[in-house]
Design a protein around this ligand. Structure first.
Ligand code: AMP
Length: 172
């Protein structure tokens, strides 16, 4: 039986800006039983989609993405803030629920035709995930799925990702 992951997700009102209810997943990753169950649920959804690679962005995407890639015998590739990756990159800019940002991946991170699952902790407006999807496709990869621990359904992020195979473990 699955645990109720909500029991280890804390709401932090007005962080990082007034009006935002921040979903804090740190208690979830700090609890071995809940962390393992989260990765198991993510892996169960990903496995039939046969990913070669998991793409996650810093910082929480690294925590879940690294563990998920290991569980699936897949590789992990990093999407990072500009200036962090040492070699030639491709970049996508996107609007956040709060502000705008850019992500870069190494130009040689995705072999043509590689199957990539795009992962993030929270689906809010979908801007971040959409940017990662764009990066995968620009590099010639196939988006095998887009998966989240949490989906904030009232922000309509799933519509930004129309046409892709999208899944979340918990919806608010
Ligand atoms: P978005 O691009 O709007 O879908 O935002 C998704 C990204 O912003 C995720 O990587 C989250 O880490 C972060 N994020 C946005 N809204 C929240 C929230 N309410 N609680 C926690 N993280 C959030």
């Amino acid at each position: 039986m699955s645990l109720d992951l909500r029991d280890r997700i804390r709401d932090v009102p007005d962080f990082p800006h007034p009006g935002i209810v921040f979903k804090d997943l740190m208690p979830l990753v700090a609890d071995p039983e809940y962390f393992r169950d989260t990765i198991r649920q993510l892996a169960d959804w990903c496995r039939p989609r046969k990913p070669d690679l998991i793409l996650g962005a810093e910082a929480r995407g690294f925590i879940f993405g690294g563990a998920l890639a290991y569980a699936l015998d897949a590789g992990f590739i990093a999407a990072r803030k500009p200036g962090k990756l040492p070699r030639e990159t491709v970049e996508a800019t996107y609007a956040l629920e709060y502000g705008t940002d850019s992500l870069q991946v190494h130009r040689d991170a995705v072999a043509p035709g590689a199957r990539v699952v795009v992962l993030d902790d929270v689906l809010a407006t979908g801007g971040t995930a959409h940017a990662k999807v764009e990066l995968v496709e620009e590099l010639g990869g196939i988006v095998a799925g887009v998966v989240f621990v949490i989906e904030l359904t009232f922000l309509g992020g799933r519509e930004r990702l129309a046409g892709y195979d999208v899944h979340s473990l918990i919806q608010y």
